[in-house]
Ligand binder design. Structure first.
Ligand SMILES: Nc1ncnc2c1ncn2[C@@H]1O[C@H](COP(=O)(O)OP(=O)(O)OP(=O)(O)O)[C@@H](O)[C@H]1O
Ligand SMILES: [Mg+2]
Length: 353
């Protein structure tokens, strides 16, 4: 596989299973998740596993172009369709014939163009600009976004009818901080790749203390950020220096997928603020905008935090003897191990396990 989907978490296993199940269905798919989480890798995996492998895989970034250009990029145009159209040009729908059209950042597609896309999805036909004749479209649409489209529907920036057309199969990729088990495998994977790529020669692998810090980190930029950190290491060769260069380890703002477009780029997750620093520290934005609030999330975070404290207390008491700790806590040994991983509980750096 050219772009393997690395990860050992349950969430990644589910994603891989879903990719297997849907790759030969040709059903419209939407891949969601924060920036850098692997949406494009999932789209490529779907393509490679599908019967369309070998046919074109055409990507359009719907956020990169202004409306008029995006329209001609998608549908193409005839000679003379507009001033400057000196010869005809094929659009991405035509170029992706029999293959895949990957509509990246679909949440940023201008509203009026969304209805034209809807028309193609409904009729299976499109017309280049300046042409009267519609052409058959045989492309598999895979879309991706880091927006919460349901929220965008409420704020009238995304068409509900288009959403239901696209959202036949949804593959959601959780952020890296919600699947800490994946951090160390991704680190090993990319260290191997980069050490070859950058002719790195001999270097130190991160030890368990450094890895524990990586696991505890927020990764607001997800896997892409992790890659950048490792690339930096290839140059700097000093893990302590690398960790120091992540100054916002604890309070790094989270890029929220449920964030309304107007809210700017970085706002802390309100459930993090409520649980960690108290409701009085919520940014002003959240006195009027409750779109990112979720009682379920708040409850889970609060519960996790209290459980982590109790487990750490008992583990310290037993000198990190996990079977003794499981007995005290009245849970099975396996449950305790799962909790330790899930809640990122790590022993103090001087303890010997
Ligand atoms: N599970 C994974 N296994 C291996 N590599 C991954 C994984 N997830 C992400 N990556 C790598 O991380 C980088 C970012 O992934 P990708 O471009 O797919 O993210 P994205 O969700 O499309 O981000 P954006 O919203 O910013 O476009 C890529 O180099 C990709 O190969
Ligand atoms: Mg992407």
């Amino acid at each position: 596989m050219k772009f393997p989907l690395i990860g050992v978490s349950q969430a990644m296993n589910k994603v891989r299973e879903l990719v297997e199940h849907v790759s030969d269905t040709g059903l419209n798919i939407i891949v969601t998740g924060e920036s850098g989480v692997g949406k494009e890798v999932v789209a490529q995996n779907l393509y490679y596993k599908s019967p369309r492998n070998g046919k074109p895989f055409v990507k359009v970034n719907c956020a990169a172009l202004p409306e008029g250009l995006l329209e001609s990029e998608l549908f193409g145009y005839e000679k003379g369709a507009f001033t400057g159209a000196e010869k005809k040009r094929r659009g991405k729908f035509e170029l992706a014939d029999k293959g895949v059209l990957f509509l990246d950042e679909i949440g940023d597609m201008p509203f009026s163009l969304q209805s034209k896309l809807l028309h193609v999805l409904q009729s299976g036909e499109f017309a280049p600009l300046g042409s009267e004749t519609e052409r058959k479209s045989d492309t598999w649409i895979i879309a991706a976004t880091n927006h919460d489209l349901e929220q965008d529907i409420k704020t009238k920036s995304f068409r509900e009818d288009l959403f239901y057309r696209l959202n036949i199969i949804k593959i959601h990729l959780p952020p890296l901080r919600e699947r800490p088990e994946d951090v160390s495998v991704l680190v090993s994977h990319y260290i191997k790749i980069y050490s070859n790529q950058y002719n790195a020669g001999k270097f130190d692998m991160p030890d368990s203390k450094i890895m524990a810090k990586f696991i505890a980190y927020h990764w607001p930029g997800n896997v892409r950020e992790l890659q950048n950190v490792l690339k930096r290491y290839m140059v700097i060769r000093d893990w302590d220096e690398i960790l120091r260069a992540l100054p916002t380890m604890e309070e790094a703002p989270v890029v929220m997928s449920s964030q309304p477009k107007s809210a700017g780029q970085l706002q802390p997750d309100p459930s993090d603020t409520i649980v960690n620093t108290g409701i009085q520290n919520l940014p002003e934005l959240y006195s009027s905008d409750f779109s990112a609030f979720s009682l379920k999330k708040i409850r889970k975070k609060a519960l996790d935090q209290v459980e982590a404290k109790a487990i750490t207390h008992v583990l310290t008491h037993t000198g990190w003897n996990r079977s003794k700790a499981a007995k005290i806590l009245r849970v099975s040994y396996k449950t305790l191990l799962n909790k330790i991983t899930e809640l990122n509980i790590s022993p103090p750096s001087d303890s010997v396990l």
